[in-house]
Design a protein around this ligand. Sequence first.
Ligand code: BGP
Length: 477
Amino acid sequence: MPLSKDFLWGGATAANQYEGGWDQGGRGLANVDLAPHGPRREAIILGLEKHLQPEEGLFYPGHEAIDFYNHWQEDIALFAQMGFKTFRMSIAWSRIFPKGDETQPNEEGLMFYEKVFKELRKYDIEPLVTITHFDIPMHLVTEYGGWRNRKLVDFYENLVTVLFTRYKGLVKYWLTFNEINVLLHAPFMGAGVYIEEGENRDQGLFTAAHHELVASALATKIGHQIDPENKIGCMVAAGDYYPWDSKPENVREALDKNRENLFLIDVQARGKYPNYFLKQLEREGLTLPILEGDEELLAQNTVDFVSFSYYSSRVTKVQEEGDEETSGNIFASVKNPYLKASEWGWQIDPVGLRTTMNTLYDRYQKPLFIVENGLGAIDKPDETGYVADDYRIAYMAEHIAEMIKAVELDGIELLGYTSWGCIDLVSAGTGEMSKRYGFIYVDRDDQGNGTLKRTPKKSFDWYKKVIASNGQDLSNS
Ligand code: BGP
């Protein structure tokens, strides 16, 4: 069975890294506006340093990002030229509700996305919309404590009701929260949460997570009520953990790590907390803030599909002195000696994509959607601005080949593939522009200098051919 003719090829972005226009159109201040470039970034996004207002002298790359806010027509035309069938983007919550707790939305914000969705439809590009991609109005952080507060569920309910109503007929594919598991590692970026000194970290994080799970189930329910055509998915930062070796303790460690990564998706896709997690709570003396009706809501409103990002597999072992770690998408891992790595140390494992797909499909039996995958690399444009990015083509060709095997040989239902950062944008982890993923080069540097001019790279024509052949032609010629 080859890929279906409706397979959704495309690219992925997020408002906080792409859109810019942070102070335009009535948009309010959000947590993502407070992630500076430079040495303090990591502590801020992890929630270790409280940073509640932009500070003079710091550069915040997300403020302008690459200014999709004022380049949307030009960018969508380029995506259409590549033959995109879908385009993943996110809504900036504070553009719709600047403070988050208003009852009336900001019309200018709603209008912006309406124009964008209509422009996409003009080219038959199906929007794939992440409702929150590491994004929360700062007012909800300072006044309510972010997602640790149950009131956030109500504010999110307002948000999704407005979105589903306004964009009915324009948007069909929705993701409730980007990489929901990231909140466990980067609570400020993931959920606008700070863990206070002396507080039980897990208790704080699981409280926030429970609220997001309830909000996600509510969104699924409301989305289906407003338009039964809506397809609503969850989203996980995926990548299987391999055991370091066959030592039983290491195999067990890998099982635990995979569960840690997937337990929130277990709830979104299967409708209840898994026993292994409930037992963990019991052992640690923790409780979930479950209110009457929550369990039914979770059980009755599981997602329609499971989406995920995949950049690498991970390796784990019971830690011993001298173990070498490698960097990766928020999660550190033991270095895998069989794999090469990107310039940022992210290890490259195309086979791991197929393995991860099988893990997710076996576990959930729901259609999958790969909504992020790609290579962050340093591009060197020639004097005309053209980049011959054969390394990116090689990375993507290998991953897509494994993805196709997962469909053709393993029988996995797969809705589509959107490569991350289809146009160069700001890196979430480092705040750099120089970590580029795109098929389109954007003239902007790490300090915010540059014309923002867009230039297709070699991979632009390659991806166009991949889409036109529905994945049959992956050659680089
Ligand atoms: C994921 C995020 C994206 C994206 C990607 C690449 O975690 O969902 O927002 O940025 O990782 O990471 P980075 O930008 O750090 O290279």
